[in-house]
Design a protein around this ligand. Sequence first.
Ligand SMILES: [Mg+2]
Length: 211
Amino acid sequence: MAVFDIDYTLYDNPDYNKVGDQREIEAVAEILGISTAEVQARQAITREEIVRAGRIPMKTETILALGITQGHFNELRVKVWNGLPRRYFCKDSVLCDVFEKLGQRYTVVFGTNSPQVIGEQIVRAVGLKTLLPRAVVFGADSFPDAVKPAPQFFRRILDHVMVNAYQAVGIGDRAHVDVLPAIAAGFSGGFEVSGPSELPEVITQLLHAVR
Ligand SMILES: [Mg+2]
């Protein structure tokens, strides 16, 4: 089984994230009754605190620190990102070509910190849904209390897909989110990629590994 991150792994489109992130901040500001500048200032303080504590800050953590629950954040994200993937992505033929080969040998799964439905919209927009109709997407709202970078997120995927940990690998653009927690969950390894341009090489290596 190969578990792929979605954001900045299957695509590289800063405009998409810029628009969605801005909508997200506006929605959070509205809920809290403060300005977007204040939201960003508070996020910056949380980020500094996390860095001082020796950890790598995650956006979700800076939002939860504002007093918004994970459940509420997920709901809000479904609303603000809904429909954006269709507007910003189109079928990626190179990606489809390599995933078609991978799909013949591996169970392909997608694991994202976006809500599941948004992850599905992206997978569909880049052309992978048609190609891999059975590939499951797991998102930040798929399991209670298990979002990346918690190793538990990857353990839950193993339980759900019923695959042994040693037969699983994790692939994504952030080692501390997509690879190391997967290994902590027992996965046999993983790849950190800088973006979709590195996926053909990674997928070729995965195919050689099972030959
Ligand atoms: Mg990512």
